[in-house]
Design a protein around this ligand. Structure first.
Ligand code: MD5
Ligand code: FE
Length: 203
């Protein structure tokens, strides 16, 4: 079922539940090729979220800034190919939300361990903000912070659980958002972590 969060933003509750095990098996194969790492922000802080990517472009951060790059800086090789199942799920979710033809060229794979968090930010490294971002939550539950167009705008707390698929498009594409520190726990599918797949049209 679809839950509206705001203009252009919705959560498809359980949209990935049936194929969660298959998605996680793909993640395991992907991070064998491009291991999780903790990016360092341009300000010099190590991110608590561990990240990897698949697809033609991957999101990277270092002292020079945030950007998308076709090459994994840790290996010097292109990012692993995006599994067909990933792109198809993202396109199906986007179409349901009113964004037909979504063809992501980047999938950022985020791993949250207990205590890991993402502070309030906007996603603006992509070339074209008319495409939505689709995000798939797997494993431990998280509290998502959904803000407004300015950092100081009030936020609402949205619980995201295993199998939920969120679509952020239209006027919500550039809203501030974050993830509260992950609570300790155990999930049958992932153990003690949350995996979030975010699909983007970056290039
Ligand atoms: C997560 N990841 O749960 C989230 C899912 C990130 C990130 O935020 O940058 O890796 S994507 C949430 C998102 C994207 C674009 C817009 C909005 C939310 N929004 O308007 O709230 O790991
Ligand atoms: Fe984000």
């Amino acid at each position: 079922w679809l839950e509206a969060l705001g203009p252009g933003a919705l959560v498809w509750r359980g949209g990935a539940a049936a194929e969660a095990a298959a998605l996680l098996a793909e993640v395991q194969a992907l991070v064998a090729q491009a291991p999780f790492r903790h990016p360092v922000t341009p300000g010099g802080f190590r991110m608590s979220v561990a990240m990897s990517n698949c697809g033609a472009l991957g999101w990277v951060s270092d002292a020079r800034g945030y950007r998308y790059d076709a090459v994994d800086p840790d290996s010097g090789r292109p990012w692993p190919t995006m599994p067909r199942r990933f792109g198809e799920l993202a396109a199906r979710a986007a179409a349901q939300a009113g964004y037909p033809g979504f063809a992501p060229d980047a999938c950022l794979i985020n791993r949250y361990e207990p205590g890991a968090r993402l502070s309030l930010h906007q996603d603006r490294n992509e070339r074209d903000f008319s495409a939505p971002i689709v995000s798939v939550s797997l494993g431990l539950p998280a509290v998502f912070l959904f803000g407004g167009g300015r950092r100081s705008d009030p936020t609402t707390r949205v619980p995201l659980v295993h199998g939920d698929v969120a679509v952020w498009g239209g006027p919500s594409r550039l809203r501030y958002h974050g993830v509260l520190a992950l609570k300790d726990g155990e999930h049958a599918a992932t153990g003690n972590c949350r995996i979030n797949l975010t699909f983007r049209r970056a290039g």
